[in-house]
Design a protein around this ligand. Structure first.
Ligand code: ATP
Length: 233
């Protein structure tokens, strides 16, 4: 579970995030929408403890990330827009390396299964990551999240630049994580994915969460209209 309580981030006099109150429950996929500069990445970075709040608090599975930095970090997997992998290592070598950093030991067969379950075509498992498309790299990220048994997934525009098929495959992976009870918070510009994959949608503007609703309670046209109205007013 993710919780933000009166969470504010200021840079000098500028408020990047203003008094955010947000709860994302296990099995929820909460999609944050908003124009460039709305505060989406700031929110994700505060949950990741990459930056410190100016005021308010952030909880991961009821633990304050500032007080329990290591413990909360171990519960999270983070997939940014461009996942950093070692391009001269193969997909499976990357997975093995990042697992070992976290003290996790898997056999080659288990690692292969994790990657195949994440949807990578088997012939790429032993190819160097420099030959991977962006969508393939994101699949290694999901395989790592599953390997780490992360209960929380933080995603910052993970599907930007992916073709529709790769985006669709990524959405399927998020839905399978949801079935496992993973808590997901995703910043995205993709209204279509937010509506179809997200269980909840929030619209941010100028550092404020100005709308929050369940995606089942709105159709795509209404969402698009609401989003455009907010962006123009
Ligand atoms: N280190 C910083 N110093 C000063 N201002 C910052 C800093 N980091 C972010 N900001 C500002 O905070 C605001 C929110 O930025 P943020 O990256 O959260 O937006 P975003 O909604 O993720 O946008 P995008 O869709 O472009 O990724 C922006 O106006 C940005 O310029």
């Amino acid at each position: 579970m993710l919780e933000a309580k009166n969470l504010t981030k200021k840079y000098g006099n500028f408020t990047a995030l203003n008094e955010l109150n947000l709860t994302v429950n296990p099995g929820d996929i909460f999609c944050l929408l908003g124009a460039n500069g709305a505060g989406k990445s700031t929110t994700i970075n505060l949950f990741l403890n990459f930056i410190a709040p100016s005021s308010g608090s952030v909880f991961i599975n009821s633990k304050d990330v500032n007080k329990y930095a290591q413990e909360t970090k171990s519960m999270i997997s983070y997939i940014p827009e461009n996942l950093m992998l070692y391009t001269n290592l193969t997909g499976i070598e990357n997975l093995e390396f990042f697992c070992s950093l976290g003290g996790l030991k898997y056999t080659k067969i288990e690692l292969e299964k994790l990657i195949i379950d994440a949807g990578l075509q088997p012939e790429f498992i032993h190819q160097r990551v420099k030959n991977y498309s962006k969508g393939m790299r994101q699949k290694i990220g999901i395989a790592l999240a599953v390997a780490r048994k992360s209960s929380v997934l933080l995603l910052d525009e993970p599907t930007s630049g992916l073709d529709p098929k790769a985006s669709n495959e990524f959405s399927e992976l998020l839905l399978s994580m949801k079935e496992k009870g993973v808590t997901t918070l995703m910043a995205t510009h993709d209204l279509f994915r937010a509506k179809n994959t997200g269980t909840h949608i929030g619209i941010m503007k100028g550092g404020n969460l100005i709308e929050e609703f369940q995606s089942d309670n709105i159709n795509f046209q209404e969402l698009e209209r609401m989003y455009i109205n907010h962006m123009h007013n």
